[in-house]
Design a protein. Sequence first.
Length: 74
Amino acid sequence: VWVCVFTAKMAESYFLLVLSVRDPIRDLSTMTMSRCHGEKWWGDVLCRQQAHVVLGMMYAIDLVLFFLDSYLWY
C-alpha cells in the first residue's frame, strides 16, 4: 500500500511541481538585465539581480508547495 502512495506522490510532484517550473528556471538562470537605469538609493543593483531574486522566490514557493502537498497526502 505504501509503495503505491509513494509512487503516486512522486509522480504527482514531478508532473505538477517540477515540470511547471522547468522552463522559467532555465530562462531566469541565464537572464541578464542590461537596461537598468537605477534608482536614487540603490542604483541599478536591485534591477540587475531581479531575475535571481525571482528565481529564489520560485524555489522557495515550490518547496513550500511540495511540503504542503506531502502533508495533505498523509
